[in-house]
Design a binder for this molecule. Structure first.
Ligand code: B3K
Ligand code: ZN
Length: 874
């Protein structure tokens, strides 16, 4: 496959001003007629006789008509990429008739069938699987869409914009006509048709317009839409309050479907969602599910401005809409819930997915320079690191300056397809500043490493802080420049208060900052709130970390200090474990005093009732196995698992009484509500239970069994089931069997059951996964199922995935090969874990590479999977 390069961008030769589509829906043969009102592009100086190119894939072309004259087959050419013909003039009408087969569309791109409904997914390049079209985001047109379908099987017919006509047709069919007044790129087109239930509400916008809000779901799920609807209304209000952005149509629809390649899609006024991110009832969804629903509903809604009204010129600019929209949804969640807890969550996600990506073979800049398959670039770097870049602009400009920049951006570019440079320019122009160095974050891959050195001069009452930065080479970028970034710091006095709290701007490779009026030798709190997305290599002494854990006014850094301490402890224990031939007790033998001090600090956090419960729950969770393996080379998954498990056991034993108190004090008799405070209470109680069970005392496994049996909500039930999941306890099988029976017909909920078993630390896990593949509810054709069972194994069970004999790798590669023929996009996304071979010992690395090579040898491998596997093996 060929690489597409950013520097090769050219404006389209011809544009489309208006599209009229007519769909004759049928599962096996759907007929699509398209009328394109086309025009030569003055920027390109094209005209009559020049070649017109329309993308198109996997369709049957029935006819091409230009200005009402049907073309002979010698007047156009069609190949695997699309259709070419000569322009009959400056302005002309092209009519295409094509046939597609939604029921056979297992890639879930373009028009496909999910359960009994028809739906579409066009981003990034799915529209070209529906009809021939210049399928690129800089071609923006208005759409008029007519849908004809069987009235009984498809009573609901939806597309973008406003419904302008509908009625009955012969033969048990009916039709609806939708018109979207806002010009949009083809990737935002959507169509849904099926027998769906509808939940309705409304929202009054700030200028007083009433917007009808509708959520469409499978019949029987009407009582699981409340939270998504509530989240939608809060998002609409927040965008008005914080960004001054109002919704622009009289209708906003959300449709939940079971078969979906990702989370959700922001099609203009017709968002299509993975059902998993819509449906929630207290007995089916956990607090974590509620939280994700809230943030994804918000994210897709926010795209109406950041993405739809102003879109991307080309796909290299993807972070223009995604980084910005992630930042917006993160801030929304922070405002709805707890700001520090939200920041911890976002940083955890960044470290779990983006830092490893930036340190591995698939590292790429926030604005990539090339790709083979654009779907492979919907990455943590484009999304999460992109959001960090916007966050840094926000920090550097302050809320008012940021808002001025945003206002100018939307004002200047409304209705346009633009670039990341255009965004930065609006920020600069509105504030009269220069972001040229900050913009390196768009183009330079890799996570910067920062170190610092502090020096206190008691006579001068001065604290001098030297900060140095360095970014390691990444594929294709051997030399890195220093970046511009805000670093928020605090200098704490002995009583824990801030002597200094400031944000400094680092822009050189090494730079000194001087703080005056510092009346005593302070303890430094560095990079508060994770103001810059970097790794910090300076080790702060244990006692300073304990001090920060107990005193930092920045809650994020209180958490961070605990994570650092725990990481350091575990890393030295891992080294000792390896040196001692795998003896966990020996691993901690030399560390007793430090372990005790750490546990005492954990206890102080656990019992500090001034702290938010959700925060305490987070602060008590040790850094995960994946995070630890990022810090080791080679990483030994078995050692990491054993050491982390042993430390949890020690903490559980030492604080058994405190955890038992916490567990009992946080029981609740009140009916479940999904708000942040109640969720925090449940989270803290779940953490206590997990430590009690980790302590190894049998009685607590019984407590978990009891909790599973009596809980009236999914959060408490899953908390119990997750701890039982790793045990050899009869209660485990009973609870799993009960869960399976209760949710046998509930795909979204049953996925939790598949995932749990895939992530179990028990020795029979891989065998169990193989059995589960023939479970009646499992199918490789449904991405949620594949992610729940297969994905969860590779991403959530490092110890078994990396089994020394290579059985985990071989099983996994077989699945990717199988999946590639069904759904290449999902197969490619799942391939990344095998690409991490360089992190492991030679034996594991060889086995992983062998599997990648086996994947690459697959006949007719997709472009998607080829790109990831080939870049990973290199
Ligand atoms: N824009 C979509 C993602 C499309 C992914 C295509 N492979 C969802 C989102 O980011 O909001
Ligand atoms: Zn998005």
């Amino acid at each position: 496959p060929q690489e597409i390069r950013r520097e090769d961008y050219k404006e389209p030769g011809f544009i489309v001003e208006k599209v009229e589509l007519v769909f004759d829906l049928d599962r096996d043969v759907t007929n699509v007629k398209s009328r394109l009102f086309m025009a030569a592009n003055p920027v390109r100086g094209t005209g009559k006789g020049d070649e017109v190119f329309l993308h198109g894939e996997d369709m049957k072309l029935l006819s091409v008509t230009l200005n009402e004259a049907r073309l002979a087959s010698s007047d156009f050419t069609v190949d695997q990429e699309g259709l070419r013909f000569k322009a009959p003039g400056q302005n002309f009408i092209a009519e295409l008739e094509t046939q597609i087969s939604p029921a056979n569309n297992t890639r879930l791109e373009g028009l496909y069938v999910s359960q009994s409904a028809f739906c579409t997914q066009c981003e990034a390049e799915g529209f070209r699987r529906i009809t021939y079209f210049p399928d690129r985001p800089d071609v923006m047109a208005t759409y008029k869409v007519t849908i004809n379908a069987n009235k009984e099987s498809c009573p609901v017919l939806l597309s973008n914009g406003n419904l302008i006509d509908s009625g009955d047709l012969d033969g048990g069919r009916h039709f609806a006509v939708w018109e979207d007044p806002f010009p949009k790129p083809s990737y935002l087109f959507a169509l849904v048709a099926g027998d769906l239930a509808c939940v309705e509400d409304s929202f009054k916008t700030m200028s007083g317009r009433d917007v009808a809000l509708r959520i469409f779901v499978e019949h029987g799920n009407e009582d699981r839409c409340d939270y998504a609807m509530d989240s939608l209304k809060r998002s609409m209000k927040w965008d008005e309050d914080v960004y001054g952005l109002e919704y622009d149509l009289d209708l906003f629809n959300i449709v939940a479907v079971s078969d979906f390649n990702m989370g959700a899609m922001e099609n203009k006024s017709l968002n299509v969602f993975n059902a998993k991110f819509v449906l929630a009832r207290p007995d089916t969804a956990t607090d974590g599910d509620y939280e994700r629903i809230e943030s994804i509903v918000a994210h897709e809604y926010f795209h109406n401005w950041s993405g739809n009204r102003v879109t991307c010129r080309d796909w290299f600019q993807l972070s223009l809409k995604e980084g910005l929209t992630v930042f917006r949804d993160q801030e929304f969640s922070a405002d709805q819930r707890s700001r520090p807890v939200q920041r911890i969550k976002d940083v955890n996600a960044l470290r779990a997915a983006q830092f490893p990506e930036d340190a591995g073979p698939l590292a790429h800049p926030v604005r990539p320079d090339s790709y083979m398959e654009i779907n492979n670039f919907y990455t943590a770097t484009v999304y999460e690191k992109g959001a960090e870049l916007i966050r840094m602009m926000h920090t550097l400009l302050g809320p008012d300056g940021y808002r001025k920049g945003i206002d100018l951006y939307f004002d200047r570019h409304d209705g346009q397809a633009v670039t990341c440079d255009d965004f930065a320019k609006a920020m600069e122009d509105a504030n009269g500043i220069d972001f040229s160095q900050l913009k390196l974050w768009y183009s330079q891959a890799g996570t910067p490493k920062l170190s610092w050195q502090g020096e206190y001069d008691a006579d001068a009452k001065q604290y001098r802080l030297t900060i140095s930065q360095k970014t390691d080479p990444t594929p294709g970028q051997p030399d890195k420049k220093p970046l511009h970034m805000p670093i928020s710091i605090g200098l704490l006095g002995a009583d824990g208060s801030d002597l200094v709290a400031e944000t400094v701007e680092l822009s050189e490779a090494s730079q000194e900052f001087v703080f005056d009026g510092v009346t005593e030798a302070p303890v430094l709190s560095f990079n508060r709130g994770f103001s810059a997305p970097v790794n910090i290599t300076t080790d702060q002494p244990d006692d300073e970390l304990v001090f920060l854990m107990g005193n930092d006014s920045d809650a994020f850094n209180r958490w961070e200090a605990g994570q650092k301490y725990a990481t350091r402890l575990m890393l030295s224990a891992i080294a000792a474990y390896e040196a001692n031939g795998g003896d966990v007790d020996a691993a901690f033998a030399d560390e007793q005093a430090r372990v005790d001090a750490f546990i005492a600090a954990m206890r102080a956090t656990l019992t500090n009732d001034d702290l938010d419960k959700a925060f305490r729950a987070d602060a008590l969770v040790l850094p995960g196995e994946a995070f630890l393996s990022e810090q080791r080379k080679p990483a030994n998954p078995e050692a990491i698992y054993q050491v982390r498990t042993a430390l949890r056991k020690r903490i559980g034993q030492a604080l058994s009484d405190d955890f038992a108190n916490t567990y009992h004090q946080n029981a609740s008799n009140a009916a479940f509500t999904p708000d942040a405070t109640s969720a925090g209470q449940r989270a803290l109680r779940a953490t206590a239970l997990a430590y009690l069970v980790a302590s190894g005392a049998d009685e607590f496994a019984d407590v978990a069994v009891a909790q599973y049996g009596t809980a009236d909500n999914m959060t408490d039930q899953m908390a119990a089931l997750s701890v039982l999941n790793n045990l050899d306890h009869p209660g485990r099988e009973t609870a799993l069997a009960d869960f399976e029976e209760r949710f046998a017909n509930d795909a979204v909920v049953l996925d939790k059951w598949f995932s749990l078993q895939a992530m179990s630390s028990r020795d029979d896990t891989l065998a169990r996964i193989k059995d589960l593949m023939s479970h009646p509810a499992f199918t490789m054709r449904n991405p949620n199922k594949v992610r729940a069972l297969i994905g969860a194994f590779a991403m959530g069970n490092p110890r078994h995935f990396h089994a020394k004999d290579g059985s985990g790798y071989a099983f996994y590669a077989d699945r990717l090969i199988e999946l590639d023929d069904i759904n290449p996009q999902v197969a490619a996304r799942l391939c990344a874990p095998l690409g991490k071979w360089a992190k492991y010992d030679v034996d594991r690395a060889d086995k992983m590479k062998a599997e990648l090579n086996r994947i690459l040898a697959k006949p007719e491998i997709s472009r998607d999977l080829y790109e990831i596997a080939s870049k990973s093996v290199a």
